[in-house]
Design a protein. Structure first.
Length: 292
């Protein structure tokens, strides 16, 4: 069984039709049939029941499908890693999807201009996924919220972001320039990809004040999150420093201050690498006062 056999198998499962799978993969139907038969014969299993010229996946086939998806994803990630590793002096940097896009681009550009022989490849992902990439050495460093608490990994705080209330530009809280949490009563909330600590602080505070939260939307996709904010009467938390959109209004709280700390995180053993050490020192210098 080869990677190509698994790719063909996955397409057959998705389409439930060998002819359609062959067309989608731009190969002949006999090639598709041969790949499926090869797996079945090699391991003495049945992947599909053929009933009235229709395909019905078996329990074994369903379990293989789940495993094949994971295997193919890992294989593709390995290919990406190897292509990136083909260039010397390459830094693989993970950045939380909550970190500011503009600031991220500025940091990458400034560092590469300072060290002309170094190329940075950036992986934008969730905090947890970046920690896994760091542990597996798929990335050299990561900019994430909060410490990892993992032995052998150093997390150095370098930037403090403040969370404020965000709404669409026409949302009306009256004439107030700043708000108290009492102003959030009866409001519809949307929650996005914020770190658990910031969410817990807000929700615990609201609970202590006996303010119920109508959590209308939970959006894991940042694009969807901001579009809902702009086009509905929902409120949420957002970055005071990273949000720069004329269609989004930021409101300051009077009675609570919510902050999110960003850390530069790396394997302890990697700090001896010149490029990694240079990037760590670059970040420390740039944010020595807590802001860029």
């Amino acid at each position: 069984m080869t990677i190509r056999d698994l790719e063909i198998f996955i397409e057959v499962v998705r389409t439930k039709n060998m002819s359609v799978a062959a067309k989608n993969l731009n190969i002949s139907q006999p090639t598709v049939s041969q790949a499926i038969s090869q797996i079945e014969k090699e391991y003495n299993v049945t992947l599909f029941d053929r009933i009235s010229k229709k395909l019905y996946i078996t329990d074994v086939g369903a379990r293989l499908y789940k495993s094949a998806l994971i295997l193919l994803e890992e294989f593709e990630n390995t290919m990406i890693f190897l292509h990136g590793a083909s260039k010397s002096n390459n830094i693989h940097l993970g950045i939380s999807s909550n970190f500011g896009c503009k600031l991220m681009l500025e940091l990458v550009k400034e560092f590469e201009e300072k060290y002309e022989d170094v190329n940075i490849r950036v992986f934008i992902d969730t905090r947890q996924n970046l920690i896994e990439k760091l542990k597996s050495k798929e990335i050299s460093l990561a900019i994430i919220e909060d410490e990892t608490g993992i032995s052998g990994i150093t997390s150095e705080p370098f930037f403090t972001d403040e969370l404020v209330l965000i709404t669409n530009k026409d949302y009306n809280f009256g004439v107030k320039k700043s708000l108290t949490l009492d102003d959030l009563k009866e409001r519809e909330f949307i929650m996005g990809e914020f770190d658990d600590n910031a969410k817990k602080i807000l929700l615990d505070y609201l609970k202590d004040k006996n303010i119920s939260v109508n959590l209308k939307y939970i959006a894991k996709n940042n694009c969807m999150f901001y579009n809902i904010i702009k086009n509905s009467n929902t409120v949420s938390l957002g970055s005071k420093y990273f949000i720069d959109d004329p269609e989004i209004k930021k409101h300051r709280f009077d009675d609570v201050k919510l902050e999110r700390q960003y850390y530069l995180t790396y394997q302890n053993e990697d700090i001896i690498k010149e490029d990694v050490n240079n990037f760590v020192e670059f970040i420390k210098e740039k944010f020595k006062n807590g802001k860029s």
